[in-house]
Design a protein around this ligand. Sequence first.
Ligand SMILES: Nc1ncnc2c1ncn2[C@@H]1O[C@H](COP(=O)(O)OP(=O)(O)O)[C@@H](O)[C@H]1O
Ligand SMILES: O=C(O)[C@H](O)C(=O)COP(=O)(O)O
Length: 415
Amino acid sequence: MSLQLGVVADDLTGACDVAAGVHALGVDAEVRLGVPDSGAAPEARVVIVALKSRTAPAAEAVRDSVASARVLRSWGARRLYLKYCSTFDSTDEGNIGPVADALLDLAGEDAAAVGTPATPAAARTMHRGHLFVGDRLLSESSLAHHPLTPMRDADLIRVLARQTPRPVAGIPLEILHAGPAAVAGRIAELRAQGVRHVLLDAVEDGDLDAAAAAAAGAPDLILTGAAGFAAALARSLGGAAAPSVEPPPDGARLILSGSGSERTRAQVSAYRGPSHPIDVSALVAEPTAVVAEVMRFVGRAAGTPLVTATAEPEEVARLQARWGRDRTAALVEDALARVAVAAVEECGVRRVLVAGGETSGAVAAALGATVLRVRRIAAPGVAWTTATDPSGRVLDLCFKSGNFGGTDFFDRAWD
Ligand SMILES: Nc1ncnc2c1ncn2[C@@H]1O[C@H](COP(=O)(O)OP(=O)(O)O)[C@@H](O)[C@H]1O
Ligand SMILES: O=C(O)[C@H](O)C(=O)COP(=O)(O)O
């Protein structure tokens, strides 16, 4: 099969979110970690490049996203999709706007970016350009307190307009409900007026299907959004039989949590197995000693050990004020990544569940994973994936978005 949809994702859990949704439709998907080497094209019909660009400097995010898009195009990708968070996680400096603009430059002068973060299956909906998380406006949800990208403005037309000099406009729900031709016609009108970024309202999957059908008639569009719109595009590809589910590899288990999201905080609290909180302040002065202490816990734990840095927003804010946001982020990500490598190399761990997008990117890179294939859906938007590390070990890896999975996920995710 040829590559139908090439996706550039700004974090690993978001990439796996798309892969899980595509897999559930019976469409074969593959996640490539980092900017891929051009080489031979993968066989999968959907290839998702997982970058760690969501909170990187804009120039770095643009560089890696454009490089990834070029490789996907060289593999014959018929459509390009920029995958960002369903809660539009970003700052006013970017990176959704700058990256989308760079992809527009790649696509040509009159190109336009069209899409939506709406993912109704994850209770993310767009109405009059405003993003809702469940019944709450984004700015009234827990995402307003995200440790790296606090989302304090639910008007995404306004948010995106702060990230790009190119004109931004929305398409309201009544046009989505009028069907694909109405959507396509409105997109064409906006483009003729010079609009280069279009955000679509959507409150149900049918709206996303209408958007996907409208996009099918405009192959020059750069498509953007979260896993919901990506799944609608994959639905139009037509799925094969349900993919087979291989058993997980034998080996010990480990849970690593670096997410500060509301759902992960609940999952950490609800976990009934052995857990060990990381002393983040101690990481500043003696990270090696902290990791050694954690490994003593992992080595003697009965059951599946949970190593967690997860903390309430107030505690995270206190540590960020003391040591710096980026410094604490890097210290925690690096510590959890080092624990993952040591657990695989020294404790026979072969199954790792990681909570948090940035955290997952750091852990996957440290483990040397380069390609992930979905093995089994663990929860909506969350998959167990199979990877082979540089030493040839087969690993079973689950990279869970911060706000995904049930409260008992850490106990129930294992098959
Ligand atoms: N206790 C803590 N203090 C400071 N930063 C933390 C703490 N725990 C986690 N972090 C950092 O917060 C960020 C959480 O981001 P991420 O892993 O993407 O989670 P999510 O998926 O919930 O957004 C990471 O950079 C992580 O290292
Ligand atoms: O919510 C989404 O679209 C994705 O699953 C995602 O990007 C989540 O990011 P997180 O950093 O893992 O919360």
